[in-house]
Design a protein around this ligand. Sequence first.
Ligand SMILES: Cc1ncc(COP(=O)(O)O)c(C=O)c1O
Length: 457
Amino acid sequence: MKFPSEPFKIKVVERIRVTTPGQRERILEEAGYNLFLIRSEDCHIDLLTDSGTSAMSDEQWSGVMRGDEAYASSRSFFAFEDRVKELTGFPHVIPTHQGRASERILFSITGGEGKTVPNNTHFDTTRANVEYSGAEAADCAIPEAKTPAVEHPFKGNMDIERLEALIADRSAENIPLVMVTVTNNTSGGQPVSMANLEAVREVCDRHGLPLFLDACRFAENAWFIREREEGWDGKSVAEISRAMFELADGCTMSAKKDGLANIGGFLCFRDPDLAQKARNLLILTEGFPTYGGMAGRDMEAIAQGLQEVVDEDYLAFRINQVRWLGRTVSEAGVPIIQPVGGHAVYLDAGAMLAHIPALEYPGQALAVELYREAGIRGVEIGSVMFARKHPETGEELPADLELVRLAVPRRVYTQSHITYVAEAVQRVYERREAIRGYRITRQAPYLRHFTARFEPL
Ligand SMILES: Cc1ncc(COP(=O)(O)O)c(C=O)c1O
C-alpha cells in the first residue's frame, strides 16, 4: 500500500479556516514573525506540538461522561490506577496534571545541591526541574544522537561508557537516580532499544541506583523495538511496554502524548517510602492523592487512552504517517534528522539554508516560510530557542543544531493533510536560495522564543 490507511472513521469534524497568501502575510507581520503569536485558527495545519493535541476516541468521550468527580476515592481514579498498574506493573500510581508536575515532585524529593541526574537527553522541563532542585542534569546520549544525517536504529540510546564515567566522576552516592527518556524527544523522537535499557539497568544495579523512565512516548518506543530489535518481533506492544517498565523502579509520564489525552500525567514508584514522600508533596501542590491534578473525567480519558495507544493498528498508522512525511521530503532532497522518529519530522534548516548564518536564525526563517507558503505551523528548535550567552562577554552563542520540528498530533490529520504538508515543504525547498534570515527586535530575558518579535533581513 502506498499510504497507511487511517484505522478510524471520523465522527466529529472541526472546520479549518483556509487563508490566502495575502492574509498570511498580514498575520505574520502582526505576529512579529513569531509563530507562537499566531492564532491556531489562522493555521491550516498546526504541527507545533504532539502534546495535548490528540483527537480522543468515542470511547474516551464516553469515559468523560462517566467521570466520577468525587473528591476522594472516586471510581474514575480506580479505573485510571488499575489501567496504569496493568500497563506498567508499578504498585504506586500518583496522578498529576501533566508531565512536568511529576518531574517537579520527583526531583523535589530526590534532587538537590551536589547531586547529578544522568539521562540519555533531558527534555527541557525535566532539565529545568532537576536544575531548579539545585542538582546537575547530565546528558549521556550516544554520539550519533547529535548528527542529523547519521542513521542508527536506536539513536535515542544511552551511551553506557559515558554513564559509567559520569558515575565514577560524580560518585554513586551523589546520583539519586538514572533516567532514560523513551522516545528521546530532544534528539528527534528517537527510540531506545531494550538491550540498551537492560545495559543501563545492569549499571544501575552495580552501583545501587534506581532507574526511572520518562515514559511520555513509551508505546511509540515499544513499536520501534518490535520493528527493529531482534527477539521482539513476535511480541505485542503491550508486552514490550511491560518489559520496558519492568526494568525500571518508577516513571514520570505526560499523558498528553501516549496517554492520547489532552491533559494529565502520572508518577509511579516501586518504593513505598518514596511514593509516600511524593504523595505528601502532591497534596501541597496538585491535590488529594486520588485525583492529583486531574478531574475524574480526565482520568477516565487516560485509562481508555492507555488501552488504545498499544493497539497495533493505531501504532502502525501513527508511525507510518510520520515516516511517510519524513521519507517523502527527504527523497525530494530536503535534509532531515535521520531516521525519522516517532512523533515528528525534524527539518535540518542549518543544512537546507546554509547561506543564512546561525545568528540570523535559519530555523526561524524556514518555519516562517512554511507558514507563508501553506499556513503550516511548525516550531524552530535552534538558536532562537537554545542560543546561550558567553559567560564572560555576554555574546550570543548559537545552538548546536538549527532545526524545524513538524510534530504530528495523534489521530488528528489524515493522509491528505500530510500530503499537503509534504508538498509545501518541497515547494519551500525549491525556492530555498531566495530565503533570508531574521533579526530579533524584542525579546524576554528567559524563554524568549515564546514572545520574541522578529524583522526580516
Ligand atoms: C520527553 C518529555 N518529557 C517531559 C515532557 C513534559 O510533559 P508536559 O508537557 O506534560 O509537562 C515532555 C513534553 O513535551 C516531553 O516530550
